[in-house]
Design a binder for this molecule. Structure first.
Ligand code: PMV
Length: 325
């Protein structure tokens, strides 16, 4: 039975600033989405009848990407990610389903991760009214550490460029990767879910409104861009202390952009005594925070005491992969 696993993601630096063309740094995480497909008498998703209008990512891949007209399929989905929480669950679903379908239709062929990243990005864009950054889909497809930017980023390996026609005009991104040195690979991330969803579109609009009302806040985007560059240099050099400091600094800038919440701040503060650094990850307004630590059990306990739900992961899991069941 063709089956594929695609990891979720965690943004280390650059959320919100990436909307203004600055770089964002994300790592693939151990948790993700597994999808398998099997021929069946009728179309099914997770054991129930499949309604394409309710699952735009999946129906886009079936109809527009593969133009599939074969026998009905039974699609099984298994996720270890919190959904709508900034962990890239819809991107992981799109990548895993795209890979499983590709493998079903081309059983003897390897999958090209870049091709898959583009398929998944188009599925995300279709499902989100033509607006989607390629950060989640590229990180889930390629794995490791991915840097997304409006232009090439020094010190990174350029992998591909991608563009999208959005309701606001054409947008272009450069997708790059960075190797994760051994020392960083030995540390842990603990992601803490606040229990409420992260409304990405609403938070991006809120930041845009804040900047139009208080133009000085645009300085915070430059500050995040500088922190991102410093954090990326620390990560590449395997300097965990500097990496953690940059995460702390990024959180302060995101707070000034008013995207944190009391709950997220409480979780960040609870994690910090046992961490190298801690911050919101993703759009904010809910969703998750993340801490970098050598003591993931202590940090998980602290996050639980602050009312969050923790997940432990290493940094930079392998990208989408086929699994033979
Ligand atoms: O959807 P999230 O929570 O992973 O956040 C996305 C990051 C933003 O910069 C806020 C939005 C974007 O499109 O890059």
């Amino acid at each position: 039975m063709p089956s594929a696993f695609a990891p979720g993601k965690c943004i280390l630096f650059g959320e919100h600033a990436v909307v203004f063309g600055h770089p964002a740094v994300a790592v693939a995480i151990d948790q993700g989405v597994r999808v398998s497909v099997e021929e069946s008498e009728m179309w099914k998703l997770e054991g129930a009848s499949f309604d394409p209008s309710r699952h735009p990512h999946i129906s886009h891949i079936i109809q527009n990407i593969f133009q599939y007209s074969g026998p009905p399929l039974d699609i099984d989905v298994n996720s270890s990610l919190f959904s709508a929480a900034g962990m890239g669950s819809s991107a992981a679903l799109s990548n895993a389903f795209g890979a499983a379908m590709y493998s079903y239709l081309n059983p003897d062929e390897e999958i090209d991760a870049v091709k898959l990243a583009k398929i998944a990005h188009s599925a995300e864009a279709t499902a989100q009214k033509g607006r989607a950054s390629p950060t989640d889909t590229a990180t889930s497809a390629l794995g490791g550490c991915v840097v997304v930017s409006g232009s090439e980023v020094p010190g990174t390996r350029h992998v591909f460029d991608t563009s999208l026609e959005t309701p606001e005009g054409s947008r272009e991104w450069s997708i790059n990767t960075v190797d994760i040195p051994q020392g960083v690979g030995d540390a842990w991330l603990v992601i803490g879910y606040s229990g409420t969803g992260s409304p990405t579109g609403r938070m991006v609009a809120k930041v845009a409104k804040l900047i139009s009302e208080v133009p000085e806040r645009m300085e915070e985007m430059e500050a995040i861009a500088n922190i991102t560059r410093a954090g990326l240099a620390a990560l590449s050099a395997g300097n965990l202390d500097a990496l953690g400091m940059a995460m702390d600094a990024c959180h302060e800038s995101l707070r000034k952009l008013e995207v944190s919440t009391i709950k997220l701040d409480q979780m960040v503060n609870a994690a910090r005594p046992h961490s190298l650094g801690a911050k919101i990850t993703g759009a904010g307004g809910g969703g998750c925070m993340v801490a970098l630590t050598h003591d993931p059990n202590r940090v998980s306990e602290a996050i639980e005491v602050a009312g969050g739900r923790p997940l432990m992961t290493r940094l930079g899991a392998q990208g989408v992969r086929l699994q033979h069941l």
